[in-house]
Every structure is written in C-alpha cells, then in structure tokens.
Design a protein around this ligand. Structure first.
Ligand SMILES: [Zn+2]
Length: 426
C-alpha cells in the first residue's frame, strides 16, 4: 500500500463544486477519500493555509522533441511543468519532424513515460508536415491517442482544408485548435502594428490577421458540430467575436496566455526579443478586453504557450529573432498577478480555468479530485512571495521576460498519479 495523506488544506475542486477545509487520502495512485480522514498511515503532508487543487493542466506547451532537443526535451519540459504545479501538459506538434503521424505520437508517449514526471498529451498536426495543404493521417493519430489537432505556429490558411479538418475531427470527436492568423495579412510583421511599431520602425501585424481567420473559422465550424478551440487570442475584437459566437450556439472555446494578460507592445521598446511573440503583444485596451473576457466566461481556459528558444537565436535582431516566451515555471504566479491580485476573478474560478476547463475541452479524464480518480494534485501556497530567477529554471531555455519579477503565489507540491513529483524545498 502506497499511501499519501494531504491534511488541513483548503480543497478547491471546481469540477465537484468543492471549496472547503479538509484532507485527501491517496492510495495506490488514486484518490480514495476526501473530507476528514482519520487514518494516519503513509506519507503525511500538512497543507494548512495552502490550497489543495486538482493537478493543473496546461493545454498549450512546446516541448521541442523530436528535433530541437537543445531548446527543450520532453524530460526538461516535464520537469519544468511539475515545478510550475502542472501535472498534465499538451505538447504542440510543431516539432522536427512534425507530430503528424502515429509513430511520432507514440514516440512522445514513450519518452514521457520513460521520464515519468508530468502526463504529456500530444496534439497532432492538422495537415501533413503542418504545410497547410493536405490533411495528416488524423485517424491513425486518433488511434495513437492524440487529444486534439492543430497546426499551431501556423493557422490553416485554406478554408477548404480547414472545413475538411473540422469534418474529420467531428467524426473522431476531437477538437480542432487553431492559431488564428491570416498569413497574407500578417506577412513580414514582427510585433503589433500601431504606434509602437511605427516609433520603433518595425513592421507590424494587424489585429485583423487574427480576427478575420477567427471569424472565418467560426463560420466553418457552424457547418459542422465540431468543437473549435481558439488558441491564444489577443485582441479586443476577438473577444467580441467569440462572445457573439457563443451566444449563437457555435461550439467554440478559447484560451489566453499570461503574456497577453500582463504585457503590452510598449514592452518591445528596447528591442528586447524576449518580448517577441506570435501572436504579438497588443495594446492596453486589448489587455483590458481580455481580462473582461476571462471574467465573463468568454475565455474557457488559461494556457502558457511555453515556447523555448536558444539564447543564440533570441540574441538576433528583433526582426529576425524567433517568437516565443517560456513560462511553465511561473505561469501560476503570473495568472495570480493578472487576475486574482486585481480581483478580476477568485481562486475557485482560476483553478477551474486551469483544471476542469482544459480537461473538458480535451475530453480528458483529469481536472477533478473526485474519489476514484487518478491522484493528480497540486498544493499551492497562495501567500508565497518569491522572485522569478530564470537561471534556476528546469527548462533548458532562458527566453523569459519575467526574470526578477516578484510573484505572490507558487505551487509547493505536485503529485502525479499519487507520487510526489515536485516539492518546493526552500
Ligand atoms: Zn500559436
């Protein structure tokens, strides 16, 4: 018997409408009791003044394996995930080669199992080699247990291909996740178009590039009964389009990334490439609209878009540097800064957006503390003041603009399948 008892914590389990002080008993990898536990066997964790929540889920991360193992691996990315309180992550298929076939899906699962830290769920590419031309072998990848399809990094430009993808996904019961961006409209841009881009003399990416594809995809989705998940939305217009689509009964869900909630295009003014991201940082009014969209339920989940890059690449000039920010190890604290400190949402809603929210979109049997479920549990100290130190990250990369930021909450214990995979030591 392998027992773990987490005692006296504030248990927040939005999937089961629980918010109460209590204990959780884990036995052989499963949650066996929630409430007041008399039994005191096995490992005992005192969670007094802490939050005990379902293991956090990040449905948008880049683990770079296969192909770019010097930037990140499934091992280093999984270590970063559990250090950030995430028990499950969904890795994007823009690897080299792309995750566009069953063998590569298998490879990801095997690597993740060997690493044995977080649950890693691969998303498969929509099109072969993410080229946007021809559908990938979606059926085979479903057999290999992909959880969703996306060409993330690129939006599917051709509406005929996109419609077909939605129709196939409907057959398989998997969501299509789209990086909404019209390539022709965004071409050549490296930051948000507008005043800041003009001042910096950099080519901009118009909001319309995101909004036009979003609008198109919603109309295509309306033709099917597939679920469309819109990745990392960034503009006030997108929030309005999604809000209306939901009112019309279109099956759409949306995510937002921490950088789009906390940073604006003004951050690019020193040409620091750690602020170069796709889709780009927008303006204050966009950030305000995104925060409102989180508050009113237009946004269904939070996702980091953890995107590691080599320092040598990020040191290129702004126009040439790759896009991406890493944040798995500080995302929770960033969401708290963006959403809880200014009282935009409360803890139960935040936990919902990071657990049952993404689990529901993906159809994963996760994000709950129900008795009988796999014991994926995160313990959070909601009053842990700490300074982000990128040098200490478990991620292999360092492209993080939050170095030195003071945050006020942190995961202190991460349990996956009943086993402690991370415990904060200081
Ligand atoms: Zn993307």
């Amino acid at each position: 018997m392998n027992e773990l008892l987490i005692k006296n914590g504030r248990i927040i389990d939005p999937a089961n409408n629980v918010d109460a002080i209590g204990d959780i008993l884990v036995c052989n990898g499963r949650i066996v009791q929630v409430g007041i536990v008399k039994d005191e066997a096995g490992t005992i964790i005192d969670a007094k003044d802490k939050l005990v929540v379902p293991g956090l889920i990040d449905m948008h991360v880049h683990l770079r394996e296969p192909g770019d193992e010097e930037e990140e691996t499934i091992a280093s990315g999984s270590a970063a995930a559990v250090a950030g309180g995430f028990t499950s992550v969904v890795c994007m298929p823009n690897t080299e080669p792309a995750i566009d076939n069953e063998a590569t899906v298998d490879f990801v699962y095997r690597q993740a199992a060997a690493v044995d830290l977080a649950n890693v769920f691969p998303a498969g590419a929509i099109t072969k080699n993410r080229a946007g031309k021809e559908l990938a072998e979606m059926g085979q990848m479903v057999r290999g247990k992909v959880v969703a399809f996306t060409d993330d990094g690129n939006g599917v430009q051709n509406p005929v291909v996109m419609l077909k993808a939605l129709q196939y996904a409907e057959m398989f019961g998997k969501p299509i996740m789209q990086h909404c961006q019209d390539d022709a409209l965004a071409a050549g841009g490296c930051m948000n178009s507008g005043y800041q881009a003009t001042v910096l003399g950099l080519p901009g990416m118009t909001r319309l590039a995101e909004e036009l594809m979003l609008y198109r995809d919603l109309q295509l989705t309306r033709q099917t009964s597939t679920r469309l998940h819109v990745q990392h939305i960034t503009t006030a217009g997108s929030t309005q389009i999604i809000r209306q689509a939901k009112q019309q009964g279109i099956r759409v869900t949306a995510e937002v990334a921490p950088h789009h909630l906390l940073l604006t295009d003004e951050a690019c003014q020193d040409y620091d490439t750690n602020y170069k991201i796709n889709p780009p940082l927008r303006s204050r009014s966009d950030v305000k609209a995104l925060l409102e969209a989180v508050a009113d339920g237009t946004i269904d989940c939070l996702a980091s878009d953890h995107a590691p890059h080599l320092s040598s690449e990020k040191e290129l000039e702004f126009l040439l540097a790759p896009c991406g920010i890493i944040s798995l190890e500080c995302a929770l604290g960033l969401y708290v800064k963006a959403l809880i400190e200014p009282s935009i949402i409360d803890w139960p809603r935040l936990i919902q957006l990071m657990t049952i929210g993404p689990a529901g979109i993906l159809g994963l049997d996760k994000g709950t503390l129900a008795v009988g479920s796999a014991a994926d549990i995160t313990v959070i100290d909601p009053h842990h003041s700490w300074r982000v130190c990128v040098e200490k990250f478990r991620s292999k990369s360092r492209n993080c603009p939050y170095d030195g930021w003071q945050l006020s909450a942190r995961a202190v214990l991460t349990v996956v399948g009943g086993k402690i995979k991370y415990q904060l030591s200081d």
